[in-house]
Design a binder for this molecule. Structure first.
Ligand SMILES: [Fe+2]
Ligand SMILES: [Fe+2]
Length: 349
């Protein structure tokens, strides 16, 4: 099914606030005059909480698609950047306190690469493959749309910060992610088609209000690492973690979609990633990480941190999803069923 063409051009709506920080930010964004930003309150905020993660997400979106009613120039508003910096420091502080693992990249990657003999209790893709129901796959796709509708964009920011072999390999992988010269093959476009097959809205940013903090944090991590040259090592680690885990995870998700009777476009996205990411995994390990560490060996602990932080936030999201689903509850802040019923009511009334 083709995603609706006109809807792809619309700027996303600002989300609903989730606390004091996000409320002040969302009040300040449409105007350019003097709503006081609560930057001084950030050090007391929960680094993984709904309020901080939403505020950070909204500020990062100014660098991607922006929002309806917010001037493009506000991307570089010094007060907003000051708030963003405080939020980033709080988030990073939380990550550095909680994330643990070896400082060597090989050890960090091997831990990711070892497919467990028994499915781990907290693996979302194992659950979906084995027992996942269609409503859970719809929720999963809605949440992942926050990243997949801008797939590979956060990683593109690292390109000017790389040289030689690492740059060439990074661009080769990104070229595939961006459709290898063909708009209809852009992975974000394939994901929109998957969403349409699942009866979801394909508008960029549509599910932001529905996404809990655990889902926002996974996307905020890549935006944070992508936007800072100082974190280029961790960004490469993040990218490697995604590529290395993608092929087996995608195989399970393709199986889950097949088993639950989702349409062909829904399966195509994950089938594509089983193939492509088996190659990307090799290139990212040998040339992106290998090239970066040949040129800048001191970055190894940063690369490892990027790998561990990715795993840590994915695990938090997995716990959130599986604990809700095991009780047959929605893992979203706004269940999809309710949204769908409202639309149907609109159509029939
Ligand atoms: Fe991809
Ligand atoms: Fe890939």
């Amino acid at each position: 099914m083709e995603p609706r063409r006109a809807s792809r051009q619309r700027a996303p709506q600002l989300p609903q606030p989730r606390g004091e920080l996000s409320a002040a930010l969302l009040a300040a964004l449409p105007g350019d005059d003097g709503v006081r930003l609560p930057t001084d309150q950030v050090p007391r905020a929960d680094p993984f909480g709904e309020d901080l993660q939403l505020a950070l997400y909204v500020l990062y979106e100014l660098h991607y698609a922006g929002f309806a009613g917010v001037q493009d120039e506000r991307e570089w508003d010094p007060d907003l950047l000051g708030l963003r910096r405080a939020l980033e420091q709080r988030f990073l502080h939380g990550l550095r306190a909680d994330v643990a693992g070896p400082a060597g990249v090989e050890e960090a990657l091997s831990a990711l690469l070892t497919e467990p003999v028994k499915p781990p209790a907290d693996s979302v893709s194992h659950h979906l493959e084995r027992d996942g129901e269609l409503w859970q796959l719809r929720e999963y796709a809605a949440l992942r749309s926050l990243y997949h509708l801008k797939e590979a964009d956060p990683h593109a920011w690292v390109i000017p910060r790389l040289r030689g072999r690492a740059k060439a390999a990074m661009v080769a992988i990104e070229y595939d992610e961006f459709g290898a010269g063909r708009a209809e093959r852009i992975h974000a476009r394939l994901f929109a088609e998957l969403m349409a097959d699942l009866g979801l809205e394909t508008d960029y940013g549509h599910y932001l209000d529905a996404a809990p903090a655990e889902a926002l944090a996974t996307v905020n991590l890549m935006s944070l690492l992508g936007l800072h040259r100082a974190h280029r090592g961790a960004l490469v680690g993040h990218f490697a973690a995604v590529e290395v885990t993608s092929s087996p995870g995608s195989r399970r998700l393709a199986n889950a979609l097949r088993r639950t009777g989702a349409g062909p476009a829904a399966q195509r996205f994950y089938d594509e990633h089983v193939e492509a990411d088996a190659v990307h995994e090799q290139v990212v390990r040998r040339d992106v990480i290998g090239g970066l560490l040949d040129a800048e060996p001191a970055l190894e602990p940063d690369v490892a941190f990027g790998i561990h932080a990715t795993g840590y936030l994915e695990d938090r999201l997995g716990v959130r999803l599986l604990s809700a689903w095991r009780q047959q509850r929605s893992a979203l802040r706004t269940p999809l069923q309710a949204a769908r019923r409202a639309e149907e009511a609109e159509e029939s009334g």
